[in-house]
Design a protein around this ligand. Structure first.
Ligand code: BGC
Length: 748
């Protein structure tokens, strides 16, 4: 698990006196101001209320473009009066410095503002969506892309990103699966730590670093039915065993802030959940930064029916341990009276202010409130090194799902290639969700990537074929005509960017619109069809898996998508990505995840076992799966100490040989199952892995560390225990295949 880096800088004692002095001088309004974050708003800037503007938008009297172009209110008056602690959604060195100057030079106490935004997978240089990056299983590179995102964001005046999202999810219908690291707790935890290190570095006060935010605390990915914002109901054991460890890993890596989740957890909205925000976060994890609400989530506690009104919701949130109110002014409007009439003690407020000020001090904002300028900004955005890393990350995020008869890689001197599909010549959709500061003009399309990769006399024929959604723009005839006349068909199909991410849950996991029909028509030509998938979640596409010649899972890889896809298609890069979320065969199998608890009737040939009567019980592609242009053989599994004590460290090794003709990388995965325990345990769980690079014919002994303490779980009494007994060990290329061994954990 990630090293503990800058936790100490978040609680630097040197600032204590300064903080206490400041708190001593602050008025009630100034204190609540520090707890308040505003967005630049159009509301109030035009003599129209928020509701009036929204009504005009909905009725079409104002277009979205007009709405976007409306002048924003940057709340300069509130900043001057010291009534704001943070601004969200402000970008650009000049604007942020101008607003900061008001805070520092014109407000009574000169407390600097904290500027925050969702910088999720890159700022201007957009990298692959987080789910795709996770498929690289490459912690160094994941850390690097976060570091570059921090560099560009801070150059553009930001101090704080609302990332990483570390929510585990087992339901691909949930659109926000795109923003996280998939379904596995172990992998999700080390990725959480890598991303925090990438954003914050060893010392977050360095101007090129920004504060990270572990979100959404907690269990947001457990939304019932995969429907966003829906209720979450789970045992405390599952919460602690599966959903919380990535948050703990982020806390250990020194993350400066947490964001509460929209959902309720077992009946208590996370925004006002004292168990989560205080007992677990502060007491168990020792977190010393601050917690921000999700947008408007304090007011929504009333809608949940967990508070009579916003006043009560605000009180509950503050008392539960939530320091900053994001964007709706709930604390600002609803708290003052409650301190004045003694309903809430001012000490609670002071403690919250201290936490926010301490983060600002540790960020170095008091010493250096203006961390950038126009020149730094221009030099940083899209710097050549950033684009190189975007390409590197993009190609390593690709997962090869099928490659019949080794049709891939393609030769660069084919006579004619038909490039078909609604996403082949598209830029915008390749950016994926949460790319608000990206620019589609920076994107290399897949068509351009392919055109640039092939030799001069290769002819490329392109036709869109159909749209991603709906019946519009169908031109199967032209597409089929072009395809019939080519050596190979590359079909680029999938989802639009806004079909995953927030508020984008799906009921179906198919290829939307007429895309599968298009693929069937192309298949009918008898020419080999290579499918390039662009999507923000696992899809259920059994017909595609059964019928096309090859499937390249390319997710939404950001600005270098086209180049990276061509690198893989033509063999300049040998794919090495492995799935971090199971691909179901059918949406009806969901939730289907590899590390499910054991049933008393595992699926088998006889009827009365755990399966479906109308389809397979296996997934389409399992967790950890991904092909290469070479092959790897596993042998000689050695459990180095077959009998171990509970607190020991051990190693497992295996010999891996590259048995093909190309150099390639393999993610060697270690899974463990606890065979008998005081609670029903998962059939297997990932506990370690190593990514190795092997030349053709090369054999390497791969040794993976295993911390026996990590084999534990929360028992009935909610104590974390490692129970003695026999464990099965499995090392292999994915969660379904591998060599098996045994390990015994001793009583003492
Ligand atoms: C999302 C958060 C995000 C926030 C600010 C919310 O709707 O749930 O993940 O950070 O908006 O943009």
């Amino acid at each position: 698990m990630g090293k503990v880096s800058n936790l100490k800088t978040i609680i630097n004692k040197d600032y204590e006196k300064k903080i206490n002095d400041l708190v001593g001088k602050m008025t009630l309004e100034e204190k609540i101001g520090q707890l308040t974050q505003f967005l630049p708003s159009i509301f109030g800037a035009f003599g129209m209320t928020k509701d009036e503007i929204i009504a005009k938008l909905v009725e079409g009297e104002i277009s979205y473009e007009e709405f976007q172009a409306m002048e924003r209110n940057y709340h300069r008056d509130e900043i001057k009066e010291g009534l704001l602690g943070s601004m969200g959604g402000v970008t650009g060195a000049e604007l942020s410095n101008e607003l900061q100057k008001i805070a520092v030079e014109e407000s009574r106490l000169g407390i600097p503002l904290l500027f925050g935004l969702d910088v999720v997978h890159g700022y201007r240089t957009i990298f692959p969506i987080p789910l795709a990056e996770a498929c690289s299983w490459d912690m160094e590179l994941i850390e690097k892309t976060a570091e570059i995102a921090a560099k560009e964001a801070s150059a553009s005046g930001l101090h704080w990103t609302y990332a990483p999202m570390v929510d585990i999810t087992r339901d691909p219908r949930w659109g926000r699966i795109a923003e996280g690291a998939g379904e596995d707790t172990y992998l999700g935890s080390i990725i959480a730590a890598a991303r925090v290190r990438g954003f914050q570095g060893e010392d977050v006060s360095q101007p090129e670093r920004i504060l990270a935010c572990a979100k959404h605390f907690a269990a947001y990915g457990g939304a019932v039915g995969g429907r966003d914002y829906n209720t979450v109901d789970m045992s405390l054991q599952t919460l602690h065993d599966v959903f919380l460890p990535p948050f703990e890993a982020a806390a250990k890596a020194g993350v400066g802030t947490f964001m509460s989740a929209f959902n309720d957890l077992n009946g208590v909205p996370c925004t006002v959940n004292k168990y989560l925000l205080t007992d677990v976060l502060r007491e168990q994890y020792g977190f010393t930064g601050f917690v921000v609400s999700d947008a408007n989530s304090i007011a929504e506690v009333e809608v949940h029916g967990y508070a009579e009104n916003r006043k009560e919701a605000s009180k509950k949130a503050l008392l539960a341990g939530l320091e900053m109110d994001m964007s709706q002014g709930t604390y600002k409007e609803d708290l003052p009276e409650q301190f004045k009439n003694g309903t809430i003690s001012v000490e609670v407020l002071d403690e919250a202010v201290r936490r926010i000020l301490s983060v600002k001090f540790n960020l170095g904002l008091f010493d250096n409130p203006y961390r950038t300028n126009k020149v730094i900004e221009e030099q940083s955005l899209l710097a050549p090194e950033h684009i190189d890393i975007a390409r590197e990350m993009a190609k390593r995020s690709i997962v090869l799902l099928k490659n019949e008869n080794n049709i891939l890689p393609l030769k660069k001197n084919l006579k004619k290639i038909a490039v078909i599909g609604p996403l082949a010549d598209n830029k915008k959709e390749l950016l994926g969700t949460w790319a608000i500061t990206g620019n589609e003009e920076d994107v290399v399309t897949i068509l351009s990537g392919i055109t640039a990769a092939v030799e001069n006399d290769t002819e490329i024929a392109y036709s869109k074929g159909c749209e991603v959604i709906g019946e519009e723009g169908m031109d199967f005839n032209l597409a089929v005509e072009m395809a019939s006349d080519s050596d190979v068909i590359i079909a680029v199909v999938g989802e639009n960017a806004d079909m995953s991410g927030e508020a984008s849950s799906r009921m179906d996991l198919n290829l939307p619109g007429r895309q599968e029909e298009l693929l069937k028509a192309l298949h009918q030509t008898g020419k080999p069809v290579i499918v390039v998938l662009i999507n923000g979640r696992p899809l259920a596409i059994p017909w595609v898996a059964d019928n096309v010649s090859a499937i390249v899972e390319a997710w939404q890889l950001g600005i270098q998508t086209g180049i990276a896809v061509a690198d893989v298609l033509f063999g300049d890069y040998n794919p090495s990505g492995k799935l971090v979320a199971t691909f179901p065969y059918s949406v009806g199998q969901v939730p289907i995840y590899y590390n499910h608890p054991r049933t008393g009737r595992p699926a088998g040939k006889i009827k009365f076992t755990s399966k479906y009567i109308d389809g397979p019980h296996q997934p389409l592609y399992p967790f950890g799966f991904g092909l290469s242009y070479t092959t790897f053989n596993y042998d000689n599994l050695v459990v180095n100490s077959p009998e171990v004590t509970k607190d020991s460290l051990t190693t497992i090794s295996v010999d891996v040989t590259n048995t093909g003709k190309r150099a390639g990388e393999e993610v060697v995965q270690l899974y463990i199952s606890d065979l008998v325990a005081s609670r029903v345990r998962p059939v297997k769980e990932l506990k370690g892995f190593k990514k190795v690079n092997l030349q053709p014919g090369e054999r390497q002994t791969v040794t993976i560390d295993l911390d026996i303490h990590s084999l534990g779980f929360y028992n009935e009494a909610m104590e974390y225990v490692v129970e003695p007994g026999l464990f099965k060990v499995c090392v292999g290329p994915n969660s379904q295949e591998g060599l098996e061994g045994e390990l015994r954990v001793l009583e003492k």
